[in-house]
Ligand binder design. Sequence first.
Ligand code: PLP
Length: 424
Amino acid sequence: MPADQLALLRHERVDHRFKALPPDAVGLTVGELAAERLNLFTGGFTTPVLALSAESVEHNLGLLQTFSERHGLSFAPHGKTSMAPQLFARQLEHGAWGITVAVPHQARVARAHGVQRIFLANEVVDSAALCWLADELADPDFTFICYVDSVRGVELMHEALTKAGAARPLQVVIELGAGEGARTGARTEAECAAVADAVAAASTLRLVGVAGYEGEVPDADPDNVRAWLRRMIALAVDFDRAGRFAGTGEIVISAGGSAWFDAVADVFAQIPELSRPVLKLLRSGAYVSHDDGHYRHLTPFNRVPDEGALQPAFRLWAQVVSRPTAEQAFINAGKRDAAYDLDLPEAQVVRDSRTGAIRPADGITISGLSDQHGWVRTTEEARLEVGDWIGMGLSHPCTAFDKWQLIPLVEADGTVSDYIRTFF
Ligand SMILES: Cc1ncc(COP(=O)(O)O)c(C=O)c1O
């Protein structure tokens, strides 16, 4: 049934719900439209249109698989980045242990599309969600692990799971906060121990490990990120010595977004032998599309170039709809279409509306975004006229995916080979 659900995505009808898809494709299924192998520029797509590079996604999937394997890490890519079950499936095909999510709704999306191992990197204290999880735990092949970081959270989980009559204990890891002023996570080892005591007293829960997110280490640098990761390992070692993992066959230690997986690999390589096998779980998510801003600067591959390089996979195409002055132009993509929480889009290329030729976007800068407009600044020598398309790189994958529900997957020559459905 869940795997069928993935196949069902190809049977969904294309219509006005999906931005940018060709108006004359209405009524076709996604599978039928993909089989047409339309060209992104001449196939009838309306602008703005977000394109995801087929080759770059494939490259990125392969690169993190290789990285994880080389460093002895298991991988649960963060699914909140794309919320695209087709990409989850490809991540699993590329050796991922499971999929990470942030909230119960995301777990439901993954579960509905056949994901059998889910790591939810948050505390779940919502009784309706816990009731749903209790039902899901009736499936003996379903693995679910989530954070706990407070005694009150444990209490709420225990109450809801007891009421729901969960068939087996829900597996939890203690979240260690990434330092003073960081995000979630118990701040001290003593607080972690108090939470672990509460878990031990709750028959509906089972402690299986420790976790955290080094991406939230305040003023992160290679030294303090490594220091915090070592602190998390020391907590796992102490807990193990104290017999706190007696109820599990495998100890889970998890960290790692897309900014510090080199540090995670180094420090996790030093985990001493524990009483049980250790599942070292990396959770990078943004790597799948990478980007042309935030992650271009932060990627660990800048520090370890010998291990490869991710490729930015998004290009947002928008059309010039107004050219009121020699210095100004406006495109028909705005905040509804582009990621803008960390950086503005980067104008990279122009597709000439007269000839179809693509040239570098010399002298062209995106200077602002309104809801439905992009503000473009041009230098005197920049050639740009109404009707031209501007191809832009984006910064921050998570807030690019969430603006598009069906994203053309485009090959280097412009052929659209598939469509990626997202569920936000
Ligand atoms: C807890 C947690 N784990 C993993 C990740 C994935 O990190 P990235 O988006 O850098 O790949 C995030 C991202 O916010 C996160 O919050």
